[in-house]
Ligand binder design. Sequence first.
Ligand code: PLP
Length: 399
Amino acid sequence: MKLNRNFKNLKENYLFAEVGKRVDAYTKEFPGSDVISLGIGDVTIPLSLKAVAACKDAATALSTVSGFRGYGPYDGYAFLKDAVVDYYKMRGITINADEVFITDGAKNGIGNFLDLFDPDNTVMIPDPVYPAYVDANVLAGNRIVYVDATKENGFLAMPPKRGKADIIYICSPNNPTGAAYTTEQLKEWVEFALENNAVIFYDAAYEAFIGDKKVARSIFEVPGARDCAVEFCSFSKMAGFTGVRCGWTVIPMVSPLNRMWLHRQAIKFNGTSYVVQRMAESMLRGGYEDTKTMVAEYKHNAGIITRKFDELGIEYTGGVNAPYIWFNCGIDSWEFFDYLLKKARIVCTPGSGFGKNGNGWIRFTSFNTKARTEEAVKRFESFWKEFNVVREKLFEPVK
Ligand code: PLP
């Protein structure tokens, strides 16, 4: 028996496991201490009652002879695919139902999509980035090249002048930096992909957070994207479905990937649960206003954080079209993590865990409740003032 040799190339510590380990150690040492997490990537607002009603109705239907359903279509039920088509139509984008594939979340879609590609491809990934892209490619044994996202380009990596890629990952609004591409900027990526005969994996898991008109909510707003892109989306953050599990992938019919993905799903996937698909449908139909309210609450929390950062003169990106705020702490990210936990009992996510360009930066999220976010910001203000006094004496700056 030979195990997947690429496993040994994965980083030993998965970022969030290491964060959990350090928080556990802290709470063991100081039991009962009131730790607030501004590091969580999970949602806290409970499900919309419309989703719950759809869940109950669907479960009841399954208990009847006429409403019972067994295995569903590999690519999802027509009622949800049509709802996704209408969701795009509302934003002026035309796709058709054959181009929509329902998944059990964006992460599975993004990771499994690599099944359609030969390992002899060059995969271009921005740095810093959502760690799952890198890990899925390491596991598949793919060749990775990085494009830099730094404060000089507003943490929005642009196509390199020289260099080739076959597969390009773009995440906008971005996890971890919260930065989001304008339609104009995405045009450059689409042109680069077309010149390289490459495919763009466009992760739009946070598109519902976009308020800025110049920022693209879908890669398919860009001319030419239908010839080079697939888009992954999710109900996780827009509707609080991180535990319910539902997402979708759009693959234009012109691409051979469309039929290949259907075939792949038929081999390895038996579809997303009927009940869950009914819940998701309810969020795109009558419950759409509830998703907007949820997103607005998280954006309000983001505003609580960014207003304080403005007041304190902290350098940051994000928080406008995203639930993430990415700020410059000026020292090693893990040292800052430990110091912030010790002094203010706040958990953050160290930027270096998202790539080398993340060192010296920290990710906060707006997913905690309003009350906890307000309390954290109050603590953070005193922490930051004190940190600035001791910073030079206690810490080396990041170069
Ligand atoms: N894509 C990005 C950029 C994410 O940050 C996440 C989750 O945090 C996902 C995808 C996963 O989404 P899902 O819950 O739909 O699998």
